[in-house]
Write a protein that binds this ligand. Structure first.
Ligand code: CA2
Length: 147
């Protein structure tokens, strides 16, 4: 069975508890349940992880090779800063869909730069929690097109 890792980065554990005007009222647990439900409907195994630590995210990307067929990554603010995450994705040789709840291109200029985008299959942003379900479908389509 196809297996997808949903990997969420720093501060996303706070979803639904603060700044609802920016990030909505959906919690990370709600998002993970949405992902599992979407996976079940599509016949895909879904695993979810979140960390506030750059090194732990890098370890999770390394460990995903051999365990999962692809990754949906919301790297949070590390998106805009982390060459190390970019290198981890390149070395893992797994397809990654970059995901953001908000439309990073419509926000502050520093959020327009993504170190993930050049090494990702594609980017989904601006659709809130629903973006995760879109990303699962997009990654599955990408994986099926390769087989
Ligand atoms: O829109 C996204 O998904 C982001 O990845 C979220 C990051 C932000 O730095 C990126 O530019 C875009 C921030 C996540 C912070 O999440 C919070 C949730 C609730 C309360 C406070 C922060």
């Amino acid at each position: 069975m196809t297996s997808i890792l949903i990997l969420n980065g720093p501060n996303l554990n706070l979803l639904g508890t603060r700044q609802p005007e920016v990030y909505g009222t959906t919690t990370l647990a709600d998002i993970e349940a949405l992902c599992v439900d979407t996976g079940r409907a599509l016949g895909v195994n879904i695993s979810c992880q979140q960390s506030n630590h750059e090194g732990a995210l890098i370890d999770a990307i390394h460990a995903a090779r051999g365990l999962h067929d692809g990754i949906i990554l919301n790297a949070g603010a590390f998106t805009h800063t982390s060459v190390a995450l970019m290198d981890a994705i390149s070395s893992a040789q797994l397809p990654v869909v970059e995901l953001h709840l908000s439309n990073i291109h419509a926000r502050e200029a520093f959020r327009h730069k993504s170190y993930i985008a050049p090494v990702a299959v594609g980017q989904i942003c601006g659709f809130g929690a629903a973006g995760y379900a879109l990303a699962i479908r997009a990654l599955l389509g990408h994986l099926q097109a390769k087989t």
